[in-house]
Structure formats: C-alpha cells, structure tokens
Design a protein around this ligand. Structure first.
Ligand code: PLP
Length: 494
C-alpha cells in the first residue's frame, strides 16, 4: 500500500505516528484555497476573530463522540441543541413575547438538509395528496430541487424578473394548486443576494392553506443585525403572518464550523411530520428528527461555543464590518467600466456581470484567482447573464482596499487577452449534444482536452474555457458534463 503523504491510500500496513499523520494533513491542506484571510468569496465564512477557531475545535473535540441519536442518553447535546434553536427562534421573530411564541426546531447538518426536511414535513402533513408539489422561485437554492427529487415531490418553478431578480407574487400565487404542499422563497437568494417579497408570498400561501418556507440559510443570521444597524431589511421572518418555517445555517453567518443549520417551525404541530419513527423491527425504536440517525455532537458543541463566545454584541459588530466590506466591494465594481452590479447589494452578496463582450467574465475570474482573489463564476440562466458572485464575510473588511486595484488590474489583463473563443466544433457540440448522447469516450476526450481528470488530483487553475463550454450548454447537459468531470476527480489514485 502507498505510504506517501498524498492522500493516496488511507490504510498503511503499519500505523503511523500521530505527528507524521498530521504533517500529511497539513501538506494536503496546503493545496486548498485559503479559508482565512478575506480573499475567498465562497464556501467559507470567516469572522477573523482571534482564538475562535481554537475554541470551536476544543468544543468540537469535547463532544465529537457524543451521539445525537438518543437525546435521553446524552442530555448535554439536547441542552445545546435546544439552546441553538432558541437563539435562532428569537433572532427570527419567534419566542416569548413575539407573535410566534411556540416556535420549535431541529439542528440539522446544513442548509440542504434543512430544506429537504421542510419539504418532507410539508409533504407528510398531507398523506391524502398523492402527487404533492412544491412552488419555488427560479432563484431558490438548488437544494429545493434536490429535495423534490429525493422526496418525489413535483417542482413548480416561478421565473424571476430579470430586473429585480425576484419572483412576482401574483405569479407565485397563480402557481399554487390543489396539490401544492409548500411555497418557498429566499431571504436572500444565494446567487444574487436579493430578498424575495416574503410578505406577499406568505399571504398567498396562507390564503390557499399552504405552508410557506423562508430559506434564510444564507442570510438569516445577518439580516436581523443589518436591520438593527439601520439597513432597510423588509420583513421576512416569523413576524410575517403565513410564514410557517424558516431555515438558517449556523455554519454560514453564525461563523460556526461546518455541519450545523437550524430548521424552525412556527409550532410543534407543523414540525411533527418532520420526524421519522420506526418501531417495527427487533432493535431500538428509531425516532429521528433529521436525515442522519447517528449524529456527532461535535458540530453542535462547536456552534454552541461559537454563539456563546461571540454573543449578540459580537454578531452586531461583525455585521457592521461586513456591511462596510459589501459597500467597498460594490464601489470597486462600479469603478470598472464594462462591469455592472446585478443588483444593488441589500444583504451580504456582491454580484456583478459584464456589459462589454470584450470583458470576458470567466477570464476575469481566472485573472482574479491568479492575483489571490477567489470569486465564484455563475453561468447564464433563463435570460439572466453569466455573473460573478462574492459571498462577503467580516474577514473581508480589512482587505477591501486591495480588491479595487486588483479588480481593475485583472480587468485590464482580460481586455488584453480577449474573450475565450471556443473552437467551432466544441461550440456546436455544446449547443446540440443531448445528455444521453454523452459517451464515456467523449467525456474522457473532452476532459483531457480541457486539462481535467487524468492523474491530476485537482482541477487546473484556469477554468475559463471549461466555464465557457458549460455556459454554451443547456442546464441538463451542464449537469451531465459536470457529473462526469467530477466523477473523474472522485476516484482513488492508487
Ligand atoms: C440560500 C441557501 N439555501 C440553502 C443552501 C444550502 O446550504 P448547504 O450548502 O449548507 O447545504 C445555501 C448554501 O449556500 C444557501 O445559500
């Protein structure tokens, strides 16, 4: 077996000393994008608070082997879960003295699981509906589509206005039918950071007697603080009549390590169908509020420690730093001719597109990467142009001044290089190929030509050609191509 520190094979003939193993992990980690330092605008949420990582890691270790499967066996975990749910409920318009005093919830592994469970609860509340359906804006997170797919719930997608990037409430109301079990909206949407018209959508859902879920996975922990800082945040939480459930991810803007989200319901009756219970076997009766049964206490304890340490005043301070960073980044974008903000920032996303074909966005992303700034390209979709997404966290605040010059310099380099021109054959292929016509040989050839897969453990730094190819393809072909490409990466390298 391979004993090189390459991640080749995890099981050596003989066990290795702890120090050596940690060295291996640090070597592997050195290949990653930087999780700290305020230059990575997706995937990570960094408050840049000294000592917080160490605190969370210690708390994680203290509870890593505790099992959330049985809250009676591990009351420590039950207490911490209830405390997290209580904090989220109070922040989002529920709890004592509010109009939603009976809010309850569950701690899940992340936003996707929270959304799947919101859809499951809505579906299972209506066993009489044989073909349940979910109404969701086109800007809703892809996890709603995943929930619909896993749970065999039909998906009714309401388009978003290309100007406001929001769904029309009247169109949303019109999409609600007798089989609709849930209407969803976002506060804010991930892609563009805009807040949907929650009040009108929730009213339409309530009028039809249907549940309404607000996906605040991304923004649920910052919007209340931004509001306190004077930002005009429209009503989006349990203060809005008709909102029946809300999701908020603690591993995003609550700055907890990965693996923690909270799904809240307005009352216990709404939550009841979320549980899975099974007593019809000879083992223990299984009662699960979440998809996983055995659950590590690590992420929950780490989140608990993070909230206790940062406190309400800490989150307010971090939200102020983030608000200032957003303003600075948006100004930097406005100063580059040929770039346009997709929307005026109203939360913690800065998203921009190009108005000048010479300013190829995918090349711009690569040029920024080459300068140490890691942004997220978004492909064009249903009349919306390709764009660049920046998730802004508090750590960015100290780096904003450097971003403007880097962006201007990157844009200059893009203009000098010119846009990506796909070979005619590839462009035709992307425009005409149907997903089922993709053969392994074709994918292998494409991947090799694009520098993907093979024996390389990681994709290449320059992705503009790949992104241009994907952008030219319809969503179904994009999905299939990426499944194949990622499949090439996710293989053991013996
Ligand atoms: C609005 C929104 N909903 C859901 C999710 C899914 O969250 P996760 O990646 O934790 O599963 C995200 C992730 O970015 C999000 O932004």
């Amino acid at each position: 077996m391979n004993e090189e520190p390459t991640g080749g094979c995890a099981l050596p003939q003989q066990g290795l000393p702890a120090e050596r193993v940690l060295d291996e992990i640090h070597l592997l980690r050195a290949q990653d994008r930087p999780t700290h330092g305020g230059q990575l605008f997706a995937y990570v949420y960094d408050p840049a608070v000294p000592g917080l990582d160490e605190l969370a890691a210690t708390a994680y270790a203290a509870s890593a082997h505790v099992n959330g499967l049985d809250p009676t066996a591990f009351p420590s975990l039950l207490a911490m879960e209830n405390a997290l749910v209580g904090a989220a409920a109070e922040l989002l318009g529920g709890g004592p003295g509010s109009t939603a005093p009976e809010v309850v919830g569950s701690v899940t592994s992340g936003g996707t699981e929270s959304l799947i469970l919101a859809v499951k609860a809505a579906r299972d509340a209506h066993p009489e509906i044989s073909t349940p359906r979910l109404v969701v804006p086109a800007s809703g997170h892809a996890a709603f589509a995943k929930a619909a797919h896993y749970l065999r719930v039909g998906l009714d997608v309401v388009p978003v206005d290309p100007g406001t990037l929001r769904p029309d409430p009247a169109a949303t109301a019109a999409a609600i039918g007798p089989e609709t079990v849930l209407v969803a909206c976002s506060a804010p949407s991930y892609a563009h950071g805009v807040i949907d018209p929650v009040g009108e959508i929730a009213a339409a859902a309530a009028a039809a007697g249907v549940r309404c879920h607000v996906d605040a996975c991304f923004g649920g922990w910052t919007l209340p603080y931004l509001r306190r800082l004077g930002v005009p945040v429209p009503p989006f939480d349990f203060a809005v009549p008709g909102v029946t459930s809300i999701s908020v991810d603690l591993h995003k803007y609550a700055y907890a390590p990965k693996g923690v989200s909270v799904l809240l319901h307005r009352d216990p009756a709404l939550r009841a169908p979320q549980y899975f219970a099974y007593a019809d076997w000879p083992g223990y009766t299984m009662i699960n509020p979440t998809i996983a049964s055995t659950r590590s206490g690590g992420p929950i304890a780490a989140a608990y420690a993070t909230l206790r340490h940062l406190g309400d005043d800490g989150y307010l301070r971090l939200a102020a730093a983030t608000r200032d960073a957003v303003a600075g980044l948006a100004d930097a974008v406005r100063r580059v001719p040929g770039l346009r903000l997709m929307a005026e920032p109203e939360s913690t996303v800065v998203c921009f597109t190009a108005t000048d074909p010479e300013l190829d966005l995918f090349v711009l992303v690569d040029e920024l990467t080459a300068r140490g700034w890691h942004t997220q390209p978004q492909l064009s979709y249903a009349g919306l142009p390709a764009s660049v997404h920046l998730t802004v966290t508090a750590a960015v605040a100290t780096r904003v001044g450097e971003f403007g010059p880097a962006l201007a310099e990157a844009a200059k380099a893009v203009r000098a290089a010119g846009p990506v021109v796909l070979p005619e054959q590839l462009r035709t292929l992307a425009g005409t190929l149907t997903p089922d016509a993709l053969t392994p040989e074709l994918v292998g050839g494409l991947a090799a030509g694009l520098g993907l897969g093979g024996s390389a453990a990681a994709p290449p730094d320059r992705m503009a050609v790949v992104n241009t190819l994907l952008d030219a393809a319809a969503p179904a072909l994009r999905e299939r191509l990426l499944v194949e490409f990622v499949g090439l990466l996710q293989r053991p390298h013996w």
